[in-house]
Design a protein. Structure first.
Length: 292
């Protein structure tokens, strides 16, 4: 957490309030998650926020060169990864400051863009305007945009567990544990199966399931499992639609069998043992554990 739908939800909220506003000052608390804290505090004031977009699990703020900024000759991108407990939102200066708020970007209208992160597993870094394409290319494919042909190309023949490949940000950007499990349940594919053993029909079914699950989760403003809230501080609702994740011991919505949990690719994975047939080796050993 947060994964693609949660990050997209925050991005959509920020997109309605940030573009066109200028950062006038930066105040920092703890900075161990910031790549270059001193440079960030120096270079961002005076820059106008042009756009807000999502790159996988990263939030991208595109900042103009800014005549009032230091080094005004080149645009800068501020990239924010929310880690497990991060949150980014706009608040008035008189609003209570949430515990574990570590960064304050003061805007020219007096409001503050605040970054809060309890566990500080997030990231904050600057990328020059002429380097953003290289950064984007270093990420995997966008699962909501990937073609059927490219999806098959990235998975077919891979000797790795399908769950591991879905979580690999170099393969698909933005998918995490929740939506990998939900998509695999929708596609009736066991998380421990090798991608190389999936036939084309199953891969096509999985691609459609991923798109459907992510689109529904975005429409419901993400899943609020622990601390996630959107840019306005409101929880998401997609956790009410979960069919596998977190439902160990509860009946499958399709067949009634009890949902099981196993470690696959080093992560807790939830699946239906009846609808999602385990690979032969896992069935023989009675386990669904796999290392990739």
């Amino acid at each position: 957490m947060p994964e693609l739908p949660e990050v997209e939800t925050i991005v959509r909220g920020l997109r309605t309030v940030l573009p066109g506003h200028t950062i006038v000052s930066v105040r920092l608390g703890k900075t161990d998650f910031i790549e270059e804290p001193l440079a960030l505090a120096e270079l961002l004031p005076g820059r106008r926020i042009e756009t807000v977009e999502r790159l996988g699990k990263f939030i991208r703020l595109q900042l103009n060169a800014g005549s009032a900024a230091k080094s005004p000759d080149r645009p800068i991108n501020l990239l924010v990864h929310l880690g497990m407990t991060g949150w980014l939102g706009v608040r008035r200066p008189e609003d209570p400051v949430a515990p574990h708020t570590h960064v304050f970007f003061e805007l020219e209208d007096g409001r503050e863009l605040r970054y809060t992160d309890i566990r500080r597993f997030g990231q904050m870094r600057m990328v020059a305007g002429d380097q953003i394409d290289a950064f984007r290319d270093s990420l995997g494919q966008e699962p909501l945009e990937i073609s059927a042909g490219e999806f098959h190309k990235r998975l077919a023949g891979r000797r790795a567990r399908i769950k591991a490949l879905l979580l690999d940000q170099r393969v698909f950007r933005g998918i995490g544990n929740i939506y990998a499990d939900e998509s695999l349940w929708q596609a009736r594919i066991h998380p421990a199966r090798l991608a190389a053993r999936l036939h084309s029909t199953e891969l096509g079914r999985l691609r459609q399931a991923i798109r459907r699950v992510l689109q529904h989760a975005i429409a419901d403003r993400g899943s609020s499992i622990a601390t996630f809230v959107d840019a306005e501080g409101q929880p998401g609702e997609y956790q009410q639609r979960h069919r596998a994740y977190g439902r160990e011991g509860k009946p499958c919505f399709r067949c009634g069998a009890k949902i099981r949990r196993a470690i696959v690719a080093g992560r807790s994975s939830y699946f239906c043992p009846h609808c999602q047939t385990a690979p032969r080796r896992a069935r023989a050993s009675g386990k669904a554990e796999a290392r990739v």
